[in-house]
Design a binder for this molecule. Structure first.
Ligand code: CTP
Length: 319
């Protein structure tokens, strides 16, 4: 019986001291990659022992009432109260209820997407997941446009929308939200203290302007469950990134999973410089010390899954 080896010796990656510039030739190359259905099904089953994406993708309206107190997942001593607006925006049923897709794309935010020409391919997938409200229009050729689910860490409001300091920034965010046009907006509202006001601003905008999005707020157990799954497979992540969370959730409702824009390294496979994000000027230092993420370690695990056919990583051009 074939084993799922997620962090084993299948990928002989050479890690330097900073752990940032693994020599990572992605093999097999695009044309030779074959989906391993048996393995994908086994991974889905294993992950279901830890979490159920259908349930954990969002807290449901019926389980909370306005005024309820929630302890932040990473700051257990800090609490928040469920506001009227938040309660109003909680879904009544899971946005993934009974959902099933042949192929899904998860689009990470690495600059490796620039000049990839992957937009068209990404848009052909039945379900497209994007991260942190990353812009699409101006980069359509490389990243596509189709968006079925997009995440929004509260910090994005600060980083990409200047904390809505004036009407111009509020309008920018509003336009971005309107452009989502019925897709799922996934807001981790209960993870860490500090994002409370930002989440409230967004909730207020959505309600006030009748923005057509289906909001979802991940369950209180999701983070620990995802971490538990990967730890059990010897992938010692401190705090899973949005990208890894999305992959873990997607195994539940996607038969085949294609990853684009996952490349947490400053040089590409041909040693050309790669921007940290395809759309802004954030620097790499951001990943290492300041952030609790361990992206290169996650990447190694995803690469190993690519090699075994459980997912497909694209880190070059799509044509
Ligand atoms: N990503 C990557 N390589 C990069 C940048 C991002 O692999 N150079 C992937 C990661 O999986 C990441 C996802 O793309 O989670 C989305 O990027 P970003 O918005 O930076 O993700 P976050 O994990 O939310 O980062 P942070 O918590 O720092 O906001």
């Amino acid at each position: 019986r074939a084993e799922v080896v997620i962090n084993g010796s299948l990928s002989p990656a050479v890690v330097d001291r900073s752990n940032e510039s693994i020599k990572h030739n992605i093999q097999p190359a695009s044309a030779k990659w074959r989906h391993n259905q048996t393995l994908s099904l086994r991974i889905r089953k294993q992950i279901l022992k830890f979490l159920d994406a259908e349930k954990d993708i969002s807290v449901l309206k019926g389980t909370l009432k306005p005024g309820d107190v929630i302890h932040y997942i990473f700051d257990r001593d800090s609490t928040m109260n469920v506001s009227q607006n938040l309660h109003e925006l909680l879904p009544r049923t899971s946005p993934l209820k009974n959902k099933h897709f042949g192929t899904c794309a998860i689009v990470g935010n690495s600059g490796v997407l620039l000049n990839s020409g992957c937009g068209q391919e990404i848009d052909t997938h039945s379900f497209v997941i994007r991260c942190n409200l990353a812009p699409v229009q101006e980069y359509a050729q490389d990243v596509g446009i189709k968006t079925d689910l997009v995440t929004m860490n509260p910090s994005v409001i600060q980083r990409a929308f200047e904390d809505l300091v004036n009407a111009t920034w509020r309008e920018k965010l509003l336009q971005r939200l309107h452009s989502l046009n019925g897709s799922i907006l996934w807001i981790p509202a209960f993870m860490a203290r500090g994002g409370k006001e930002r989440v409230e601003w967004v909730n207020e905008l959505i309600l006030k302007h009748h923005v057509n999005v289906r909001t979802a707020y991940p369950s209180l157990r999701l983070l620990h469950a995802v971490r538990g799954y990967w730890l059990t497979n010897k992938v010692h992540i401190k705090r899973p990134t949005t990208g890894l969370l999305m992959y873990t959730l997607a195994t539940r409702f996607c038969d085949q999973i294609y990853l684009y824009g996952f490349w947490p390294f400053p040089l590409d496979q041909n040693q050309n410089p790669v921007k940290y994000h395809y759309y802004d000027s954030l620097k790499y230092g951001y990943t290492s010390q300041a952030s609790p993420h361990t992206m290169p370690l996650e990447f190694k695990a995803l690469k190993s899954l690519h090699e075994q056919g459980a997912l497909k990583l694209t880190v070059g051009r799509c044509d």
